[in-house]
Design a protein around this ligand. Sequence first.
Ligand SMILES: C[S@@+](CC[C@H](N)C(=O)[O-])C[C@H]1O[C@@H](n2cnc3c(N)ncnc32)[C@H](O)[C@@H]1O
Length: 230
Amino acid sequence: MKKRYLEMILDNLKPHPNPKSNLEQYTMEGKLASEILFFAKEDILNNFVIDLGCGTGKLSIGAKLMGANSVIGIDIDEETLNTAQYNLKNLKNLEIINKLYSNDEITDIVKNIQFIKEDVKNIDMEFISKYKLYENNKEGNKAKNIIIQNPPFGSQKKYADRIFLEKALELGDIIYTIHNTPTRDFIINYIESKNRNITNIFQADFKISKIYEFHKKKFINVPVDIYRIE
Ligand SMILES: C[S@@+](CC[C@H](N)C(=O)[O-])C[C@H]1O[C@@H](n2cnc3c(N)ncnc32)[C@H](O)[C@@H]1O
């Protein structure tokens, strides 16, 4: 898979139909999503990917296309999950998908992604285990839990990002998580207080287009940090 193909596929997915500001339903652009997924590709390959706050399914679908053995996307909002399901079912109708994959491969992709409605605060290892379709990877080793998440920044509901980070650290063997750059000191201290190791941080711009009433500009670029945590 070439990065620009992944970007094209992800940009072809349907966005949030009715974005809710209190849930910070900002969809990531295909470019940033594919950069993160390529950065994470060795961890994704043959492992179980968990996308907390999956929204319309961009990171979940992208992770499966990058070789995850199965994926679960979790979101609290039913309307958003219906769009994620639509995006999954509609993959077979995208021209570029048909160029890159056989019908059998498309069927396999679709059947190994599950979108589930749940509040992230209620998720624990027992919940996750129910949806882990393969205990082992192709080499017969235990499939790792790889969290790839783009949580709310906590700008509408204070600390909304914290529960995502807490759950990611509880459930993930390896974690990729995105946070507002101004929260960097807090995030680093929190991760270290849980005895986890940050192996990489890279900075990017998260483009937010005008979708809510209170947005004044056509779009803004929000500086974000992407962390890889072991
Ligand atoms: C910033 S959006 C990210 C959407 C998607 N992952 C993406 O990158 O395009 C955050 C998502 O978290 C979901 N969300 C917010 N609070 C949640 C909660 N407590 N439990 C589960 N999902 C939640 C929202 O509905 C929204 O879809």
